[in-house]
Every structure is written in structure tokens, then in C-alpha cells.
Design a protein around this ligand. Sequence first.
Ligand code: NDP
Length: 449
Amino acid sequence: MSARLDEKLDLIYRDILQRNPGEDEFHQAVHEVLETLGPVMSRYPDFVDKKIIQRICEPERQIIFRVPWQDDKGEVHINRAFRVEFNSALGPYKGGMRFHPSVYLGIIKFLGFEQIFKNALTNMPIGGGKGGSDFDPKGKSDAEVMRFCQSLMTELYRHLGEYTDVPAGDIGVGQREIGYLFGQYKRITNRYESGVFTGKGLDWGGSRARKEATGYGAVYFVDEMLKARKDKIDGKTMVVSGSGNVAIYAIEKATQLGAKVIACSDSGGIIVDEEGIDVALLKRIKEVERRRISAYVEERTKATYTEGGNIWSVPCQIALPCATQNELNGKDAKQLVENGLVAVAEGANMPTTPEGMRIFDEAGIAFGPGKAANAGGVATSALEMQQNASRDTWTFKHTEGRLHEIMIEIHKAAYETADEFGSPGNYVVGANTAGFLKVARAMDAMGLV
Ligand code: NDP
């Protein structure tokens, strides 16, 4: 782990390690928040006495269940699924579902924990939760994905509700999966409860700009960080890891704002296109044809594909990790800094290792942590819930405008809070502290529940 914790926080952390063995990503996420909370505890000793931190670190409810399903050949498979309902002080549990073979309780808990503070930062009435399964959608037919989703929802539905728990997408869960999950929820409950799921299709209760929101929001966050340093995105070279939902729309917005995005990736390799990534082509390959990123160079012959390459070795001024946790380590950070990096925004959740964060901090890089930089997705999910509650649909322009305002506000809150707590320019301190204080105050007001 990175920085040392103060004595009281260290005791709390040790207890968390002991009570949650083997959950490495959860430990990492908790440590990263506790590292920044020393000044808050000194200023609010009441929160220490009331054990607010210990309460925040313990999920309100954890659901683990079996998901049996049959493939197209009739073979039976058993997956494991999770829903961690972490904190409902600010609203119903809210957070995506992840389908990836690496999923286990420690990953869902780290994501759910982060989600509490991220959702608080959006200033929307949403609590924190997360779910998922070790199911791998790669290489499965639509019918197999549908049967899996229906089986999963046959158990999960009883824990959901627009005032209780509202899932959305994440890695491996896009509009196709949300359609199958929502369809089964509707069938079992006999209720057209639009607000129980976000990330829906535009024809059936979805919000315009939701698909774009996380990637666009991350770029708006970079824009704000650079403006605060009297700099701008226009003319900068950028590298974006991943080529999924977040990555595609980060590339699109960055290109609109005048940056040149020269590389992106998937788990198989990286593409470099010095002329700038062709977003329309990328969308066709990934969203329509559901192919691997290597297909890009078949049509853009000047671009290169490197199997298993390291995207962070490509020189750039702005780096946007948009794939997965711990994808950018200390060595990568060092190389990026040496190559002239000025800013990083985490489109993914916890993509930078503690060592990577330390190197960026020491080098004075503008660093936007995921809790702040990728909060545009969940904020727009809350806008989707608003539209569903009022049975309204907003225009793209209006929704994107709201997203932009929210990202400006999140940046402002993180920036000003960092300043107030003695770490000017440190968005990790600012985002953790601002998010924590909002949740802690609400929990305190509601008594010991
Ligand atoms: P997608 O499934 O759409 O895309 C994920 C991308 O990351 C793919 O290109 C995938 O490559 C790559 N990737 C995933 N796992 C790995 C891995 N272990 N190693 C290397 N590459 C990997 O997911 P999203 O774009 O929705 O999510 C990306 C990140 O953003 C996640 O951390 C998620 O939690 C976070 N996030 C997403 C939000 C959203 O609104 N969707 C909101 C906030 C955060 P491949 O196809 O080869 O697996």
C-alpha cells in the first residue's frame, strides 16, 4: 500500500483487513479513502466517536446467489452473482452490474464502496451499490446472454425497486443485457417500473446522452482541470485505454474539443493511429459488429495494431485509463511523466495503482480520480430516473447540458474541498473528502441505523 495512515485510521483499516480476508481490491479502495481522511477526523471528532467510518466500510446488505443457465447446446452452466447494497444514506442503492470472469466479492465491494462517494459528489439523491457476475459474455450468442440475464433476474428482482436499488451497466453489461434484465423484471413483477434500471434503450425509457455520459464527463473533467491551470484540451495529444462504452465516448468528446486521440486498446492489444482515431469506424467495429479492436487496421492501413502492447508507452499529454482496475502501474506512470504528460482522468474505476498515483502526485500532474472524473455516467443515470419519474423525455442538448454543468460542479467541489483541507490541487483528497462529508452528515442525521 502507499501512504501511511494515522493511528486511529490504521486501527480501523487493520480491522477491515481482518474482517474481509482476500478482498484485495476492496482493501485498496478503502485504504485510498482512509489515507485522505486524517484532517476530516481531526476537524469532526464526533464522526470518530459515532464510528461513521466503520459503518461506511461495512455494506448494509450483501447478496450472493447462484445463476444456473443452459447454453445453445443444452449444456448446463452455473455462475455466481452478487449485489452489494453498500449505503443508502443519500438515496436508493445505485450502481452498475459487471459481467466479467474476474468478478468476485472483493471487486464488487471495491466498486460499491467507490460508488458511495462518487454518487454523493454528483449531488443527486442516490446511494451506493454495485453488482455483477463471473459470467463471461464474450463469445456467447444473444440467446445465451438472454437466458443468463433472465436466470439472474429471477433471483435479483426481489431485491430491486426504484426506491430500493437501481442497477445499470458496467463492463460486459450494455444496452443488450439491460434490455434482457429489465424485460425479465417487468415480466416477474408485472410492473413497468422504468426507474428500476438505468442505461435503458431510448425507445423504452432510456435517457439521451446516457450512453455518452461517462466518457463525455471524463473529458469535461479534464477540461476543467486544465482550465484551472490556465491550459486547454485543444491541440493536446491523448491516449485512451479500452475501447468499450467509456473509451469510445471519451474519444468522441475529446476529438470534438480539439484533442488528437492517437491510441486505444482492448484486452488483446493496442492500436495507434497518428492521424487521430476514426471514431465512426471504432463505433462500427465495437458497437455494431462486436469485433476485436484489431479489425481497425484492416480499414485504416496507416494505423498499427500491437498484440499485447502496453498503451502507456505511447507518448501523450493526456492519459485516460478507461478499461479496468489497476491497469496503470508505477512503471507506466513514470514513463508517461517522462514522455511529457500533463493530465490524467480516470474514466475507469481505480485504474491507477497507489504507486502510479504517488508518481503523478510528485510530478505535479493534474490527476482526476475516478470518483470525480467518471461520475458523469451515474449522474446521467440519475437524470434518467428523473425523466422516468416525471414520465418525460429530454432532448440530447438539454441532457448533455445538465451533464456538463454537473461535471463543472463536481470539479469545483473537489477543487475547493482540497484547498479547504490543506491539499490544494489534490483532487483525490478533494473528491474523497467532499463525498465522505456528505454521506457522513446524512448518516449522522439519521441516527444509528
Ligand atoms: P465495456 O465492457 O464497455 O468496455 C471495457 C473495455 O475495457 C473493453 O475495451 C475491454 O476489452 C477493456 N477491458 C476490460 N477488462 C479488461 C482487462 N482485465 N484488461 C484489459 N482490458 C480490459 O465497459 P465500460 O466501458 O462500461 O467500463 C470501463 C470502465 O469504466 C470500468 O472500470 C467501469 O467500472 C468504469 N465505469 C463505467 C461506467 C459506465 O457508465 N459504463 C461508469 C463509471 C465507470 P475487452 O473487450 O478485450 O475485454
